[in-house]
Design a protein around this ligand. Sequence first.
Ligand code: AMP
Length: 399
Amino acid sequence: MKILVINSGSSSLKYQLFDMTSGEVLAKGLCERIGGECGIITHKRPGHEPYKAEPVLPDHGAALSLVLGLITDKELGVIEHIDEIEAVGHRVAHGGEMLKSSSLIGEKELEYLYSIVDINPLHGPPAIKGIEACKKLLPKVPQVGVFDTSYYSTIPDYTYICPLPYEYYEKYKIRRYGFHGTSHRFVTAECAKIMGKPLEELKIITCHMGNGSSITATKYGKALDTSMGFTPQDGLIMGTRSGAIDPTVLTYIMKTENVSAQEMDDIINRKSGLLGVSGVSNDCREIWEAADAGNKRAKLALDMLINDVKKIVGSYLAEMNGADALVFTAGIGENDFAVREGVCRDMDFFGIKIDEEKNKNAARGEFNDITAPDGKMKVFIIPTDEEYMIAKDTQNLVK
Ligand code: AMP
């Protein structure tokens, strides 16, 4: 069975074509600058040089049409005809309160996705565009939505209700939704496999740390709490997002600097976080370089990141009465040994102890057990694979 996985951003479209029989990725790629004057497409096949071109991509439909052309192309393609694609799985950030598990996307589901665009203005419209483009170009192929939020359908009300007048939840569904759920679900399941125990017997804390970051507590196979909230803005400091902040700081700046709500949204989403504090970059590699060269604000940003992760991990250890494993994943979690070292330093009270050499020398893109011999809690690096999880859910639903 061949499954196409689509992840649509506001001006981008990522794709991966899976052969589910072998579990192989036949082709993958990225369309960028959709809607711009000149687009970019990068198309990769294992064992071949990447193909790059700069076609005009007026919308997501044009990008998808190009992708379908490439994967069936005589020279660059990997299948003979688009009929070989049996289903499409879409990454959808927000499934609201209705879409609590991966679902086939029919009229009712699409209508619901439209109805929650106001609480998901950044990620909702591109996901809908991707689904609509696929429905048009592949009308007979089932479309499946895999929602980042659905992993959190199990979190209890005391972790998802915001401490505001209750009517805001009733009127606008303002609550903690949580994001990156597909990644946390994948690495949690991998962690259980590695430990050789059923998920239902394990308490696991997963740190997905990339440009956007979130930490999730999973108790006995069910998500209990997570750091992202109503939007992906909550939780720890991120590349360009502030993470959790005293809300009156925002109203104070808005009043004193005459900043509109939209401008404030932009400040906390695009100009804050590691970039805002360091003034250097949103990329940890560049921030470490600056910090090592003596830049104090770069060092401060990294100290804040490490401390935020510690605080959240500590709170989840309290919520779950300990944990069996701590997992690092995504760009920073998988690659930045110094951040992992900082997070795990002086955590032996909780049984967290890592082998510093193993941590430093951990092979990139692979599973690594970095637990010290006398560490009571397992500490793992597990590369995430959201696309595979989406393909797997899609396969299960269309079967
Ligand atoms: P992601 O959003 O998961 O793709 O992660 C992207 C982020 O991972 C980048 O912005 C960097 O901060 C971080 N990152 C990627 N590679 C490295 C590396 N080798 N060392 C440190 N940080 C890295």
